[in-house]
Design a protein around this ligand. Structure first.
Ligand code: 3H9
Length: 677
């Protein structure tokens, strides 16, 4: 049984216990239905409190059931059953009331919540719209404007704000069950509000829908669900209750089977699975109560800001006072930026900064639990840092390098207790980007590795284990992206056409725009290191741009020209000239959008297949997370490997062979088509 009924005098308490998150499985829907029947038939019950065991109120429909045909009782019917019950129900919310969970709460006559709770309709994040009356009842409760904002963004609202916006009726301080029972009794003494189905939708002016459609379309880019959710709210405002319910249900069922919804569900489960890699099951991580960062440049300051965000006391270490002051100022400006953008209050900022200590003395690190090195990418500098750290830090302190392309084995060579060493590769800006590549050496123990994953959870990041190779997972694929983009230029495409095609595919920026933003010098530096290792990196045009000091936006020009103070990329005659020279001996052709996308994305898939073959990534879904959270691959495509599987691996292999025949890509690797279990 997922539901129990108890009594507190004339108030019945219906308690749901369906771990882990009280999702509305068929069994729970049936048990709740039965509870409503039982309580309606009991004349001694005057009101019902609906409350949940465990970490949260109902977190929504059971996403595991979405691939299967719907089974009764259907959620819209259950919500209607509760709404039309003979006695008023009061939803008592802790944790999150999300999706179907909030829809059940909207079926209740009242909603009360603890201050830490939140409510919302996040269905668009799963590529669907609410399917149990959320878009129909919410505008009746709070008006179309707030309803439209909530269903099109999916952003939950915290209890205090939810109370002021009318989403809930009371915030309960102290014991939730007692507070809800008291609330129910007090409500029974007054005239009850109408159930939402019987209320009208407050009017909005005629321009509202047009303005909202433009705004939502702009935000959603190529995702279908947000605009469809807006259409549901509009129907709720313009049609009667039953017609709006039918429209919403139809939309929900259509989207539930869409490829975007399937991709977004894949990402939903992949993100959760990433936090608990099965190979580390049962391994206890070390406790992290304090941290230090070595180096206060862009990366180091960003990492320190992320640690501050997790409320860890942070020591920032620099080589001298001047560098330290610059590092602390970098950190302050990140935290000030959070205040300016309204992400945190100035009190919270002050609290974070007060937990930061700046020093030039490694001796201060004797007691810290975790040290993350983020100094210049130079093997000798890094090795010097770790030899000093291993002399002063506790034997069980975790020592991590943020290197993005040096070999962690070489960095760790010779340190004391190498078993506590691990690579933690953050992505810039480190306080924003969700991806954390965790790179163990041969000597890293499971406990150290597990600590990396636990840290990711503390920092609200998505961890992915990566093996050691040049670029780990993400930058190894990025190298292919960039090389393919240059191959396209040599074969007749323009930087503008390549960037536009990749944006149309769903990336926030094309490969050339992205290089201009980040600077061409970092990749040039990496190519020099690769050549020193005897490799032959392919970047003929980028090399010439670097030789001309065209390093991107920061130098006033890179792949594009930029007018002073303007970041709009303008086609560059110099670049066109270099492309023409470099490509003059090669066959030229006309490129359409689909051709450009295939020439870039399919070799990325091939490289990813090699990465799996080499065991640099353990799971295809991990590569999806790397691409989504580190490189802006469209979430609604499910990541690189999910995209490939949906598209069909056989077709991709054929296309790769065609590109290879034209000298534009490598043929599919040995393991191609074999990653799908
Ligand atoms: C919906 O409701 C549609 C309706 O409008 C219409 C229907 C007709 N189903 O996140 P966690 C699992 S759509 C199944 O690590 P936290 C999750 O996979 C739904 N399973 O916990 C994980 O499993 P495992 C709208 C679910 O404490 C475990 O629970 N609702 C579901 O960090 C723990 O999850 C949402 O989109 C689910 N709905 O965060 C809410 N949710 O242990 C989605 C979670 O095997 N959920 N699991 O890896 C969340 O946002 C978070 O889980 C929550 C708790 C904030 C609730």
């Amino acid at each position: 049984m997922t539901v129990t009924i108890e009594r507190a005098g004339d108030v019945a308490i219906v308690t749901i216990d369906n771990p882990p998150v009280n999702a509305l499985s068929q069994a729970l829907r049936q048990d709740l239905w039965n509870a409503a029947e039982t309580l309606d038939a009991d004349p001694s019950v005057r009101a019902v409190v609906l409350i949940c065991e465990g970490r949260t109120f109902i977190a929504g429909a059971d996403v595991n059931e979405f691939g299967k045909p719907p089974t009764p009782p259907h959620l819209p019917d259950l919500v209607a059953r509760i709404e039309t019950a003979a006695k008023p129900w009061v939803a008592a919310i802790h944790g999150s009331a999300l999706g179907g969970g909030f829809e059940v709460a909207l079926g209740c006559r009242f909603r009360v919540a603890v201050p830490s709770a939140s409510v919302g309709l996040p269905e668009v994040r799963l590529g669907i719209v609410p399917g149990a009356g959320g878009t129909v009842r919410l505008p009746r409760l709070v008006g179309p404007a707030l309803a439209a904002e909530m269903v099109t963004t999916g952003t939950p609202v915290a209890a205090p704000r939810a109370r002021s916006q009318g989403l809930i009726d009371a915030v309960v301080e102290g014991d939730l069950e007692k507070g809800a029972i008291d609330f129910a009794r007090a409500a029974l003494d007054q005239s009850l509000p109408l159930p939402l189905r019987q209320r009208g939708v407050p009017a909005v002016d005629a321009a509202f829908w047009e303005t909202s459609t433009t705004a939502v379309a702009g935000r959603a880019k190529r995702e279908d669900a947000p605009l469809r959710a807006l259409a549901c709210v509009r129907t709720a405002a313009e049609a009667d209750f039953e017609a709006a319910m039918a429209f919403e249900r139809q939309t929900f069922l259509e989207l539930r089977g869409s490829s975007q919804a399937s991709a977004l569900r894949h990402v939903f489960f992949a993100e959760r699975a990433a936090l608990r890699p099965p190979e580390l099951g049962g391994v206890e991580p070390r406790r992290i109560r304090s941290a230090a960062v070595i180096g206060g440049g862009t990366m180091g300051a960003g990492i320190a800001a992320a640690l501050c965000d997790a409320r860890l006391p942070v020591t920032l270490v620099e080589r001298d006072e001047v560098a330290l002051e610059r590092g602390l100022s970098n950190l302050r400006s990140i935290i000030d930026g959070l205040v300016k953008r309204g992400k945190i209050s100035s009190e919270a900022a002050a609290e974070r900064l007060s937990a930061v200590t700046g020093t030039t003395h490694y001796g201060l690190l004797a007691g810290v639990d975790l040290v993350i090195e983020a100094v210049f990418e130079d093997i000798d500098v890094k090795r010097d840092v770790f030899s000093r750290l291993s002399a002063v830090c506790r034997a069980d302190a975790v020592l991590a390098t943020n290197t993005s392309y040096l070999d962690p084995e070489e960095i760790a060579a010779g340190i004391k207790h190498p078993e506590r060493f691990v690579g933690l590769h953050f992505f810039s800006p480190a306080h924003v980007m969700k991806l954390l590549e965790i790179v163990p050496t041969a000597q890293t123990t499971p406990a150290t590795l597990a600590t990396g994953f636990a840290l990711a959870r503390m920092l609200n990041k998505i961890p992915v284990r990566a093996g050691i190779c040049d670029g780990f997972i993400g930058n190894r694929i990025l190298k292919i992206t960039r090389a393919q983009a240059e191959r396209l230029l040599l074969a007749g495409a323009t930087p503008q056409a390549v960037d536009a095609a990749m944006r149309a595919f769903g990336l926030p920026m094309g490969p050339f725009e992205a290089q201009d933003l980040g600077g061409l010098d970092i990749a040039a530096f990496q190519r020099r290191a690769a050549r020193a290792r005897g490799e032959t990196p392919f970047a003929p045009i980028a090399e010439r741009l670097c030789a001309l000091e065209r390093l991107g936006q920061k130098s006033g020009g890179g792949w594009y020209d930029y007018a002073k103070g303007d970041r709009t990329p303008q086609p560059s005659e110099i670049v066109a000239g270099i492309i023409a020279e470099e490509g003059s001996a090669r066959p030229q052709r006309q490129w359409d959008e689909a051709g450009i996308i295939d020439c870039i994305v399919l070799p990325m898939v091939n490289e990813a297949a090699k990465i799996l073959q080499d065991k640099v990534a353990l799971r295809a879904a991990d590569i999806d997370l790397v691409e989504i959270h580190g490189y802006g691959f469209p979430r609604w495509r499910g990541g690189l490997m999910h995209y490939a599987e949906e598209r069909g691996l056989t077709e991709i292999a054929v296309r790769l062979n065609e590109l290879a025949a034209d000298g534009l890509a490598e043929p599919p690797c040995n393991q191609f088509e074999r990653w799908v279990e």
